[in-house]
Design a protein around this ligand. Structure first.
Ligand code: ZN
Length: 133
């Protein structure tokens, strides 16, 4: 086992300790960490763009899984076209109150009964008569 593998294994074996350590380190150095992160983000935009996109897709997949994996109208499972549709309407207004997709997607995952999974076509069809949205 090389050093990197050993460190990885050690960290995994002591995961609770490291989570607490990271959390405490973050809370005590929050301002510096956020500034460094911002600077790093400006220095390596491509690295972060790729990572953000990947994280967005991972969270999107969790939303799709939470909502039943297929369009409720046409049963398509193509993840590229699946959207969360708010049952009571006002999804875009609600999205604005969360401010970013991460918080909103986590809300959807925690409250799946408020949403339906629809493909882009079926979603547009449902909203066709909807003059407010
Ligand atoms: Zn559909």
């Amino acid at each position: 086992m090389d050093k990197t593998e050993y460190n990885k294994k050690y960290r995994l074996d002591h995961i609770t300790y490291f989570h607490e350590y990271d959390k405490e380190r973050y809370l005590t150095n929050k301002d510096d960490i956020l500034v460094n992160r911002k600077e790093d983000r400006e220095k390596y935009p491509d690295k972060y763009k790729k990572r953000d996109k990947l994280n967005y897709r991972k969270l999107r997949i969790q939303v799709i899984m939470a909502l039943g994996e297929k369009c409720v109208d046409c049963r398509t499972m193509d993840i590229r076209v699946l959207d969360a549709h708010h049952i009571n309407g006002g999804g875009s207004q609600q999205f604005k109150t969360f401010g970013n997709y991460k918080k909103y997607y986590k809300y959807i995952i925690d409250n799946p009964t408020e949403f339906l999974l629809l493909c882009a076509n079926c979603h547009r069809i449902r909203h066709y008569g909807d003059l407010d949205g």
